[in-house]
Write a protein that binds this ligand. Structure first.
Ligand code: SF4
Length: 530
């Protein structure tokens, strides 16, 4: 079998290709994007006819994967942690319906918020939905976990979550391929009414989900992702989850510590294993990446006489990513002072690329709107950098699609002008429905769709509304003469300022589509064409 050098994301993708996956659905989001990109660029995936496409948002992606599972095939859906909020309705209900063909939900969390609005922990969602979750500690485990997750999903009839974090997703390591399984044959699920969540069925299904829980815990007690690393020093035992296991082992090996380590990579928790482990030690340190999800739970299980250390008592930092240095400090190991950063390193504050169309949008917008009136509601994309100097054009960035609906709320309150800036991809992700609300209420807002023909922030994925924005806005009820198109280039500056001013003065819903391709994707296209 091949030995490949893969990112954690790529190991997941290759795992899917080798495990008989028939389709993968996703909306791009760092740090999960490379999973789908890998499948899209894989000749093997293309030869095997594996469906791979970018969906309009995480919810539509989730539902498509669920439909494929309903048809008996193995499907995967991928997203970043905040994307799971968007897919949450389908996600929670899919735990009640269950699945037919194996369905794997890959969620990449971003502790430390390298490129996200928050650092929420997707393991909470898995517990919330009562479904199994796997948390691989390295790339090989990530690859193996996909095979295991598909089997587990078909064995239990439930979707199975694989939780990654940024360090696993974006670091590279050798991976040995172990299988090449055929895809399932088409076999739609048609025996009972379990995919119809009318109350009578839903109640029955929910009970069946609860009845599965002891079995899921028992599977965890025997999972190869959960195991003990023996040690002689029983004063303290360390419970390490997912990638945190690597940090623990690095310090343990480097400083020749003898604390036993219980490694956890599958949930629900293997309670029998943990009970035995807890009984053997005077104190326990809980090391998990993200929220203290299981520290809270374990304090509840075992807090009668145990000294439990972790993120909740300040032994480890409460927020952000962990690393071996934090572990050393928690274990009271003196480390030599860190070397200062090299003087040749130049700070590189985030900024829009030189020549980016969003720059010209903001320059004209700033001219068209007076400083004391500049309460511009923004969305999530490269253009969010319009919050920084030299533009300082925007005042908000909350979640996908929020620009339009927040502008609407502010307009309803009397704010003028109420302006939303949203990218083309974000508009089709979750801006369209907000625009419909504004049209229905005739809220006086101006929506600027900064259309650069791609999903720029995540590296240039296909944008699902390409070429359809005027038609979409018309169909949503925006008056044709208040759908304006501009070319955001310096040469059109005065004309663009005028368009902004005219539409800001209009007491109704207007849309301005600023169209110019992202220079990065344009450069890539030109390079490819040569
Ligand atoms: S990647 Fe494209 S959209 Fe993003 S800042 Fe650069 S030019 Fe602008």
């Amino acid at each position: 079998m091949d030995n490949l050098l893969l990112l954690g994301d790529e190991a997941i993708a290759q795992g899917g290709i080798d495990a008989g996956m028939s389709g993968i659905y996703a909306y791009p989001g760092t740090p999960s994007t490379e999973i789908t990109e890998y499948v899209q660029n894989s000749h093997e995936a293309i030869q095997k006819g594996i469906h791979s496409s970018w969906s309009a948002n995480e919810k539509t992606a989730y539902e498509a994967a669920l439909g494929m599972s309903y048809a008996g095939k193995r499907s995967m859906v991928c997203m970043k942690h905040v994307g799971l909020n968007v897919a949450a309705d389908a996600f929670m209900n899919s735990a009640i319906t269950g699945v037919h063909g194996g369905m794997v939900v890959v969620v990449a969390d971003d502790p430390g918020m390298h490129s996200s609005q928050n650092e929420q922990d997707s393991r909470f969602y898995a517990r919330f939905a009562y479904i199994p979750a796997l948390e691989p500690a390295n790339q090989q485990e990530a690859y193996n976990a996909v095979h295991y997750a598909f089997d587990l999903s078909e064995q239990t009839g439930l979707p199975v979550m694989i939780r990654l974090t940024t360090r696993i997703s974006h670091s590279r390591s050798g991976v040995i391929r172990t299988q090449n399984r055929n895809q399932n044959t088409l076999s739609p699920f048609n025996q009972s009414k379990r995919f119809i969540l009318l109350p009578a069925n839903a109640r029955r299904q929910y009970n069946s989900l609860l009845e599965k829980q002891p079995g899921l815990e028992e599977i965890s007690n025997h999972s190869s992702l959960n195991y003990l690393v023996e040690g002689d020093n029983l004063k303290m035992g360390i419970v390490a989850f997912g990638i945190a296991f690597n940090y623990v082992m690095e310090i343990r090996v480097r400083h020749q510590l003898q604390y036993p380590v219980m490694k956890i990579g599958q949930y629900p928790l293997p309670r029998t294993m943990l009970t035995k482990f807890f009984e053997k030690h005077e104190s326990i340190m809980i090391v998990e990446e993200g929220y203290p999800v299981y520290e809270e739970l374990l304090r509840g299980y075992f807090n009668n006489e145990k000294n439990i250390l972790g993120r909740l008592d300040g032994t480890l930092p409460r927020t952000g990513e962990l690393n071996p240095d934090y572990l050393a400090k928690a274990l009271k190991i003196d480390l030599p002072p860190a070397l200062p950063p090299s003087e040749i390193l130049q700070p590189r504050p985030p900024m829009l690329c030189q020549g980016c169309s969003h720059r010209d949008v903001y320059e004209a917008l700033n001219e068209a709107i007076r400083n004391d009136e500049r309460h511009v509601f923004s969305d999530i994309g490269c253009y969010t950098l319009g919050a920084l100097q030299p533009f300082e054009s925007i005042s908000t960035c909350v979640d996908m699609g929020a620009s339009v609906t927040m502008a609407k709320g502010a307009a309803d309150a009397g704010l003028r002008p109420a302006v939303a800036v949203i990218g083309d991809s974000t508009f089709t992700h979750s801006g369209m429905t907000g625009l419909l609300d504004a049209v229905n209420d005739q809220s006086p807002i101006t929506v600027i769709i900064s259309d650069n023909s791609t999903t720029g922030m995540t590296g240039g994925q296909h944008s699902s509304g390409e070429g359809k924005y005027i038609a979409i806005c018309k169909a949503l009820g925006v008056e044709e003469n208040h759908i304006r198109v501009m070319n955001p280039l310096k040469v059109h500056y005065a004309e663009n300022v005028k368009i902004f001013q005219e539409e800001f003065a209009y007491e109704g819903v207007s849309v301005i589509i600023a169209q110019r391709e992202c220079i990065q994707t344009l450069a890539k296209k030109k390079k490819k064409a040569k």
